[in-house]
Design a protein around this ligand. Structure first.
Ligand SMILES: [Zn+2]
Length: 231
């Protein structure tokens, strides 16, 4: 697609290098469908591939939304743990899904070094899971598992919302991620929490999704229990 991507100029907060990263024009993309964990499938260019900025000079990587959020201590940590070993490499052109996974893994590594909020780690892990899903790769489930663990810690210890997830949406998402990886009891518990939260009444879509996925989780749990008894 011609001109679907454009260059955005970014200044690295760690090394001050100015570089370009691609972004997707809104007009060049259309939503095909959304999965039950909010993973969006696009017709045309996929903006999720371009959400991470990677400085080609020093290797600092983060979601664009918090690329600038790094203090002096953080900069030092990145210089010591990433930049010293970094072989200069640009992610500033069109990205394949595999290349996008590399950018998110770099962002995950930087996020861990910086001891960022669990909510940030959770969002990065969830997107890595989605990218593996586009490839029908089993590693999706490994990253869904990381994501749900981080979301639970964020839910318990960090201020809400997490990104654009308010309390009820996050309860639903934690339940759904548990269901997807086969933790049906946890899924049932989280869907139950979402349903009994009064705020769900103002969220028709989440309310419907929670009830549907809750039923699926309960059925799957029953089947699994029956199978365990037979086996
Ligand atoms: Zn840099």
């Amino acid at each position: 697609m011609i001109n679907a991507l454009y260059d955005k100029e970014i200044t690295c907060p760690v090394c001050k290098n100015i570089f370009h990263t691609k972004k997707v024009r809104t007009s060049a993309t259309r939503v095909e469908k959304r999965d039950t964990d909010f993973c969006t499938h696009y017709i045309g260019e996929n903006p999720i591939l371009y959400n991470v900025c990677v400085c080609p000079m020093c290797g600092y990587a983060a979601l664009e939304s918090n690329f600038g959020e790094i203090n002096a201590t953080g900069k030092k940590k990145i210089e010591e743990s990433i930049s010293r070993r970094w072989v200069q490499r640009s992610f500033g052109e069109e990205r394949t899904v595999i290349e996008a996974i590399e950018t998110y893994k770099l962002a995950l590594l930087c996020s861990q070094i910086l001891a960022n909020k669990k909510g940030t780690l959770a969002n990065i892990c969830l997107r890595i899971a989605w990218l593996y899903r586009y490839l029908h790769h089993e590693k999706e489930f490994e990253f869904l598992t990381h994501a749900v663990g981080c979301f639970e810690q964020a839910f318990a210890n960090e201020p809400l919302p997490i990104g654009n997830l308010d309390e009820v949406s996050l309860m639903y998402l934690i339940g759904e991620l548990h269901r997807m990886i086969g933790n049906y009891e946890e899924a049932i518990e989280w869907f139950g929490k979402a349903i009994s939260n009064p705020a769900i009444r103002g969220k028709k879509k989440i309310d419907t999704m929670t009830r549907e996925q809750w039923k699926l989780a309960k059925d799957a749990f029953k089947n699994k229990r029956n199978q365990d008894q037979v086996g």
